[in-house]
Design a binder for this molecule. Sequence first.
Ligand SMILES: C[S@@+](CC[C@H](N)C(=O)[O-])C[C@H]1O[C@@H](n2cnc3c(N)ncnc32)[C@H](O)[C@@H]1O
Length: 192
Amino acid sequence: MRHTATRDVSLFDRFARLYELGMPAADADRLEAGLAFGTGPFERVLDVGGGTGRAARALGDATVIDAAQGMLTEARASGLDAVQGDAGRLPVRTGSVDAVIIVDALHHFPDAAAAIEDAARVLRAGGVLVVREFDPGTWRGRGLVRMEHLVGFDSTFYTADDLAGLMADAGLVTFHPERGFAYTVAGVKRGD
Ligand SMILES: C[S@@+](CC[C@H](N)C(=O)[O-])C[C@H]1O[C@@H](n2cnc3c(N)ncnc32)[C@H](O)[C@@H]1O
């Protein structure tokens, strides 16, 4: 299968070994708070754009799906299950997972709407998608946008409301547990 070889993915692939240097752990409390909007148990969790597995490790366990082989190598080295795949075409059966998390990654995907739609597809009824992102409308967000573009990323950032709109378009019921520079939006798949 071919994978998305965007400029962002190539950069993460090349610098995977350095990625976590100086980086704080992912915020487990905020991820758990997002998951709580769904109906547990959450046994099968996908960390899409999961990179080296920072968020998967914060939750205890999750399968990392990422397009950059170098990031997957690092995730596997820390004991995680890690699969190469494109966020817009997940190599996962429809309705087969309890939760999907996307942490600090959506702005690197070339097609965020396709990623949200495919996350909604793979969730079972009552399952939840939790996205943690950065708001480009805040002053820190504007700085981050400039910095990422200077480094060479093609990042596209979304406000919490725009992201909630993408989730609603994908048929999810949306919740905003947290706003600000770093925000969380959760989307729950309706029952049948
Ligand atoms: C900033 S890192 C975030 C990694 C991890 N979620 C974390 O919180 O540390 C963004 C990740 O998104 C991945 N990525 C970018 N485009 C992708 C795509 N189309 N499909 C899957 N992963 C992608 C990159 O390879 C990279 O590992």
